[in-house]
Write a protein that binds this ligand. Structure first.
Ligand code: ATP
Ligand code: MG
Length: 261
């Protein structure tokens, strides 16, 4: 009888990989080193939160990963593409095709309707967003009856839901969100976080989100903690309590050696 083949181990594909990232601002005595040799990988189809004190380098890391800021040293891969070192044109194309971004301040264009804002990245890219997909995202975000409204006619929560729809409309490989619930009340936060969670569970979306809120981080599959430009903790299966405990631990934090994946 032939030997049974052992089951293949699950393949974890990384949507984003950063290796040895350094980023400093200014020079001489005024120099601030925002990232110090950060290596981290974000699995495809997972929801990861990034936490850490103010000034610890969270936004810098996200901007470097999304190609919105340059690095001094190190490499960033989006899937199989090396982002670092791409020329302006190729970088713009990569960002349009593969990356979505959600900002704390929503950043919707005020003269466009909700629907036009949602469809804008795809139309800039010269592509037509898949209407069935966009309709599904809009329905999931409960925005169907708000599509003709301008941003000023929408609540903060509704504006952020439009920004979520915009980020997902092109089906990017990864969505980066920098404190997406930082300007929202508890209920609107829960709606946005619930949607981000659902987009991972139902659509296989990859999400990397910066937050200061332990209960927001608890929506994620994993929390990476930064302190002083370095990764100091890597928590899988977080709860609000375990996130709070980890943050308390920061006083004595020692950087994790090697690569956090
Ligand atoms: N464009 C810039 N010019 C100079 N210094 C900068 C710049 N951007 C960030 N920094 C500095 O780099 C460090 C990291 O900043 P970053 O914005 O990444 O922190 P953060 O963790 O996102 O903080 P917060 O929680 O307050 O948003 C800080 O000391 C900040 O002052
Ligand atoms: Mg920040």
């Amino acid at each position: 009888m032939p030997l049974a083949t052992p089951p293949a181990p699950p393949i974890v594909r990384n949507a984003v990989t950063a290796s040895g990232l350094w980023r400093a601002y200014g020079s001489g005595e005024a120099q601030v080193v925002a990232l110090r040799d950060v290596s981290v990988a974000f699995a495809s189809g997972a929801f990861t939160a990034i936490m850490g004190p103010s000034g610890s380098g969270k936004s810098t890391l996200m901007h470097c990963l999304a190609g919105l800021d340059t690095t001094d040293r190190g490499t960033v891969n989006i899937g199989d593409t090396v982002l670092t070192g791409l020329g302006d044109k190729a970088l713009t194309k990569l960002r349009r095709d593969k990356i979505g971004f959600i900002f704390q301040q929503f950043n919707l264009l005020p003269t466009l309707t909700a629907e036009e804002n949602i469809l804008l990245p795809a139309s800039i890219a010269g592509a037509k967003a898949d209407p069935a997909w966009v309709n599904r995202v809009i329905a999931t975000l409960d925005l169907s009856d708000r599509l003709s409204h301008k941003p000023t006619e929408l609540s903060g929560g509704q504006q952020q839901r439009v920004a979520c729809a915009r980020a997902l409309a092109t089906r990017p490989d990864v969505v980066f969100a920098d404190e997406p619930t930082g300007n929202l009340d508890t209920r609107s936060s829960a709606e946005v976080l619930g949607f981000l969670r659902k987009s991972v569970d139902d659509f296989g979306q990859t999400i990397v989100m910066v937050t200061h809120d332990p209960s927001a981080a608890a929506y994620a599959d994993r929390v990476v903690f930064l302190a002083d430009g370095q990764i100091v903790r890597d928590l899988h299966g977080p709860t609000a309590d375990s996130v709070i405990d980890t943050m308390r631990d920061f006083e004595n934090a020692v950087p994790l050696a090697g690569k956090a994946a």
